[in-house]
Design a protein around this ligand. Structure first.
Ligand code: CO
Length: 437
């Protein structure tokens, strides 16, 4: 990696950088309308769509006029694939720096709260390493009584824990900070995903090696070519950190850190170091290159905030959202996701008039701490222009701010940690666009 600051937002670029070709966007609008219910079927919106793009790797089967007229294919064994008609996919942004990759979760095309593992967002700076779990080792050393090397087989023998948690890139929404940029919610908010994770509590392993006096920090290191490193406070390590080897019921995907990643619930995504191979217990933070460059936040007066870890309460409406079109005035179920790195979401409010008035949305159970929470809101669109917004509150009492309020406090030198309220404008024809309001 070069010494220059690999600024996240430059890496991801802006909509103008995107040589957007017809069909490149996954068309979340049409997808979400399809999800919106049978009432919209028959409007002709989907004509010619189904089957036009095959699901990658899925077998193509003939569609019978009457599916009861003859048996379909036998069960295939192996690893199952989704329907040949399903095309929801991640969106990989064109990247100006070699070795840096990002792909965005299609938030408008998923249901409930769990992100399918194959749709989880990715950001990595040295490609995805291919690691044989039989050869992978984790070293824990430094200010410990018994430095140890753990194989994956060793780790599987420790008591396991399972929890649901979101991950979010610190740069999620950075392109929206100064002005509306991305056309759809996959671009504005797609660097967050939510999974069920299984592994060993990090506190269990730290007790196994025994902490010495002055063990205040950990230096975590990945096995990727980007050599990602971060300093982790011992309180978080002993509280709810997990060494995760499984995601949504199966081994973690390679791009999520196979065979072992750190999981720090509620903290910015890059702290949950993937392909974890080393934890050095230290008395002081290590001030690694990523944490003093890419993931430090420069304020308006030129001073810098280091160690901004917690992702503050945030929400976004995924239906309706940018690039969609409401076909007719009438009643719709507005829906979206809310999350907080500081605990549970306690409320989401929705506004249809750009924030002048608010009404409480329904939170769909279960509402879990530091996890995506689904909200819904019944809304009657009268056919007039409207601006839809959502505003989350978490259990600490923190209320999601407007983007203007964030810029007033922080300036525009750093675009990380944008948890501002998202606005979707709906015009008289029902077209939904990304605006600042
Ligand atoms: Co930060």
């Amino acid at each position: 990696m070069k010494d220059e600051k690999p600024e996240v937002l430059d890496v991801i670029g802006t909509a103008e950088d995107c040589d957007c070709k017809e069909g490149m966007f996954p068309d979340p609008g049409r997808r979400a309308l399809l999800l919106g219910g049978a009432a919209l079927a028959g409007t002709g919106l989907f004509a010619g769509r189904a089957g036009a793009e095959a699901t990658q790797g899925a077998s193509q089967h003939a569609v019978l006029d009457d599916p009861t007229s003859q048996p379909g294919p036998a069960s295939g064994g192996g690893y199952g694939l989704r329907s040949q008609f399903e095309t929801v996919s991640r969106w990989e942004f064109p990247l100006p720096q070699p070795g840096v990759s990002g792909s965005f979760t299609p938030l408008a095309g998923t249901h409930g709260t769990i992100t399918p593992s194959g749709l989880h967002y990715e950001v990595h700076r040295g490609g995805v390493p291919t690691i044989d779990p039989a050869r992978h080792k984790l070293l824990i050393h430094g200010k410990v009584k018994r430095a140890k090397v753990f194989t994956m087989a060793d780790l599987y023998r420790f008591p396991s824990v399972t929890r649901t948690a979101f991950l979010e890139c610190a740069g999620n929404g950075g392109m929206e900070y100064a002005r509306p940029s991305m056309p759809h919610v996959q671009g504005t908010h797609g660097l967050t995903s939510n999974s069920e994770w299984t592994g060993v509590a990090l506190s269990t392993l730290l007790r196994e090696v025994g902490l010495e006096d002055g063990a205040n920090w950990l230096l975590g290191e990945g096995s990727d070519a980007g050599m990602h490193t971060r300093s982790i406070p011992i309180d978080k390590a002993m509280d709810d950190a997990i060494l995760a080897y499984a995601q949504n019921g199966e081994a973690i995907r390679p791009e999520q850190g196979y065979p072992l990643r750190l999981l720090l619930p509620g903290f910015e995504g890059n702290m949950s170091i993937k392909w974890l191979r080393r934890l050095d217990v230290t008395d002081k933070p290590s001030f690694t290159r990523p944490e003093v460059t890419t993931y430090a936040d420069t304020l308006a007066d030129g001073t810098t905030r280091y160690f901004t870890w917690e992702m503050e309460a945030k929400s976004v409406i995924t239906f309706p959202s940018g690039t969609m079109k409401l076909p007719i005035p009438g009643t719709y179920e507005v829906t979206g996701l809310a999350w907080s790195g500081r605990g549970k979401i306690t409320g989401v409010e929705v506004s249809a008039d750009g924030g002048k008035t608010w009404a409480r949305a329904n939170l769909v159970a279960p509402v879990l701490s530091m996890a995506h929470t689904r909200f819904t809101f019944g809304w009657r669109w009268d056919g007039k222009p409207a601006i839809l917004q959502s505003r989350a509150t978490d259990e600490t009492g923190y209320v999601q701010p407007t983007i203007t309020a964030l810029v007033d406090v922080r300036g525009v030198n750093s675009k990380d940690h944008n948890n501002g309220i998202q606005s979707w404008a709906i015009d008289a024809e029902g077209n939904v666009t990304n605006v600042h309001a």
